[in-house]
Design a protein around this ligand. Structure first.
Ligand SMILES: Nc1ncnc2c1ncn2[C@@H]1O[C@H](COP(=O)(O)OP(=O)(O)OP(=O)(O)O)[C@@H](O)[C@H]1O
Ligand SMILES: [Mg+2]
Length: 595
């Protein structure tokens, strides 16, 4: 649902609240400089009437002195105004960026399935920049000119009411188009920013996956797609600019038309002596001030409208509800934490597939210190089960308990502090080896990191890297092989030293020799820890206490290897096919025929 712009603006204004003092300073400077500019014209009137027309040197000198003093004050005021207004713009933008990021980073992972990362990035960068320019300049331009417009009009009345009344009749003619086109600009601005965000998302994805893009000669296709996005963005921007141009043209024409009428009528008055030359000069000066104020306002008003569009998008992000939040009064894991993990009739469908359950009434209990292997065909729901344990999603029915407490009653931070995961695609972050292993425990000492790397059999390849542990791994660890990334991820888990361990095919990218070593390391790691291992190899299933077989989201059997070989047909088949590591073609043929 779309919120009204006033509601959005009100939310945006909360970001200004902490800076009342700065706003007061900026406002004083704003009023002060506007008043001085208007006052300056009075000196112009005196200079013309006394100095030029009457020829009094004395009056001219005094008036000039006054003029200079006012001008200097004006300059000082302008400094304060510019500094503090820009300060506010930068400060508020920084705050909005921080608020959006810290909100986003806590959101449930499901949120990011519908909202592309590139688009979110674009909102945090481009949209906030727009807001910065508005608070840091457009808003102050609008305010200053509003003051000038009102003040100038008052002085116009004082100087010559008759003339002014003529001009005032024109005002509704000016306001009308501003309102009409302004609304259009706002709508177009929103879609223009949306298009820019699309462009950003597109670039992000293709650059991250550059090898796949080039391997499939997808560049030209991507190029065309990208061009389409850019051209759409251009077209939307063009219609926005068109509206703006109309707006400015109409306002300018009206304003200068009114000005011409005024000077003509006033000129008659000066000719027949009912008005002094100074008065007419002042009158015209005020009229020009008022006219340019109106012009300036009509220009920045569309800027303000654009910013409202941007604010709308940012507020949408800020108001996105976190579906996996800590409860009001989270339960504590009191006393000694044991690591008893129980799944009770867990039913779960991914939000995008509400009809097909990824987990169907899964009940599984893992005793403290026990290790359980999860086996099952691809797509059976093994990784999904890990996501449930980490509470990335909540089940639609049933519950997961840790030491007897429903994990929904725990603070997710507390829950996750007891779990370490080595996922199917080990994730590296921009940084060096130290940073990546320390990811799980930033305060760990160098010795602890070295020991963890040693235990994960990672040190042997790290030592061979050009700069050892200081080697920079590139974005997402692009400078490492798959197996190396896995060992770093294992070292990371070892360093965390959790009570509960989740391993998702943690040794799949290793050669037989390294696998054996890592297997040893994992065994050490799994000892006396509640462990759930997604296993595709016999070596793994042989070392665990129990094996659970998952198929199509259902837990169909559990037991030891030999028990399952006899009782579970699927397991026997999996074991003979996968664990025995047959020729790849056989497995593929089997998988194809199954699908
Ligand atoms: N984010 C998602 N949104 C919708 N459906 C999903 C999502 N992630 C996985 N699925 C679906 O849920 C089912 C279980 O997926 P899951 O990743 O748990 O399988 P898996 O057992 O780990 O398979 P594999 O051995 O291939 O890793 C699959 O049918 C998959 O298509
Ligand atoms: Mg998986």
């Amino acid at each position: 649902m779309q919120k009204s712009s006033s509601a959005i603006l009100r939310n945006g204004l909360t970001f200004l609240k902490p800076y009342k003092k700065q706003i007061v300073i900026a406002s004083i400077a704003l009023v002060f400089t506007a008043a001085l500019t208007l006052g300056l014209v009075q000196y112009v009137r005196v200079i013309v009437d006394r100095g030029f027309v009457e020829g009094s040197t004395e009056s001219l000198n005094a008036a000039i002195l006054g003029f200079v003093i006012v001008a200097v004050l004006q300059a000082l005021g302008t400094f304060a105004r510019f500094y503090w207004v820009s300060w506010l713009g930068e400060r508020v933008t920084a705050d909005i960026r921080k608020a959006v990021y810290s909100h986003i980073i806590e959101l449930h992972p499901g949120y990011f399935e519908d909202n592309l990362s590139g688009e979110i990035q674009s909102r945090i960068t481009t949209d906030t920049t727009l807001i910065q320019s508005v608070i840091g300049s457009s808003a102050s331009i609008a305010l200053r000119n509003l003051l000038m417009m009102v003040g100038g009009t008052i002085f116009l009345f004082i100087t010559n009411p008759k003339l002014t009344s003529v001009v005032m009749i024109c005002i509704p003619l000016v306001i009308g188009p501003i309102m009409f086109f302004g609304r259009k600009v706002r709508r177009l601005s929103r879609s223009s920013q949306d298009e820019i965000a699309n462009v950003g998302a597109y670039v992000g994805e293709s650059i991250q996956q550059i090898k796949t893009v080039q391997a499939y000669n997808h560049q030209q296709y991507d190029d065309r797609q990208f061009s389409t996005h850019v051209e759409t963005a251009f077209k939307v921007a063009l219609s926005r600019i068109m509206m703006r141009s109309f707006l400015i043209t109409i306002v300018m024409t009206l304003v200068f038309g009114a000005l011409a009428v005024m000077i003509w009528v006033g000129g008659q008055d000066v000719i027949n002596g009912s008005m002094s030359a100074g008065e007419l000069t002042a009158f015209v000066a005020y009229a020009v001030i008022v006219a340019s104020a109106v012009g300036a306002i009509s220009q920045v008003i569309s800027e303000l409208q654009r910013a409202t569009g941007a604010m709308e998008r940012l507020m949408e992000l800020l108001e996105a509800k976190n579906e996996i939040a800590a409860p009001e009064n989270p339960k504590q894991l009191n006393g000694e934490f044991r690591g008893l993990l129980e799944l009770d009739e867990v039913e779960f469908c991914y939000p995008s597939r509400p009809e097909t359950p990824a987990l169907n009434k899964v009940s599984l209990s893992i005793q403290p210190g026990e290790s359980v292997a999860l086996v099952g065909p691809s797509g059976a729901g093994k990784s999904t089960l890990f996501d449930m344990v980490l509470r990335f999603y909540d089940p639609q029915n049933g519950k997961l308990c840790l030491d007897g407490i429903d994990i929904r009653e725990l603070d997710p931070q507390v829950l996750r502090s007891h779990i370490a995961i080595v996922s199917q695609q080990p994730t590296m972050f921009t940084g060096n080896v130290w940073d990546n292993i320390r990811y799980s425990r930033p305060e760990a000492s160098d010795e602890e990191v070295l020991a963890a790397a040693e235990a994960a059999y990672a040190s042997e390849f790290i030592d061979k890297l050009p700069e050892g542990y200081d080697s920079y791994l590139g974005e997402s660890g692009i400078r490492l092989s798959g197996g190396q990334k896995q060992r770093i991820a294992i070292a990371r888990a070892i360093l965390k030293d959790p009570e509960i361990l989740l391993l998702d095919e943690a040794t799949s990218a290793l050669d037989a020799e390294s696998e054996r070593k890592v297997q040893l390391a994992l065994e050490k790691l799994m000892a006396n820890r509640t462990s759930l291992v997604i296993a595709h190899r016999l070596a793994t299933v042989m070392n665990v206490d129990r094996i659970a077989v998952l198929d199509g989201g259902q837990l169909i059997a559990q037991g030891s290897h030999s028990e399952l070989m006899e009782e579970c047909e699927l397991y026997a088949k999996l074991a003979s096919l996968q664990f025995a590591e047959p020729r790849i073609s056989e497995v593929t043929a089997e998988a194809v025929s199954e699908a």
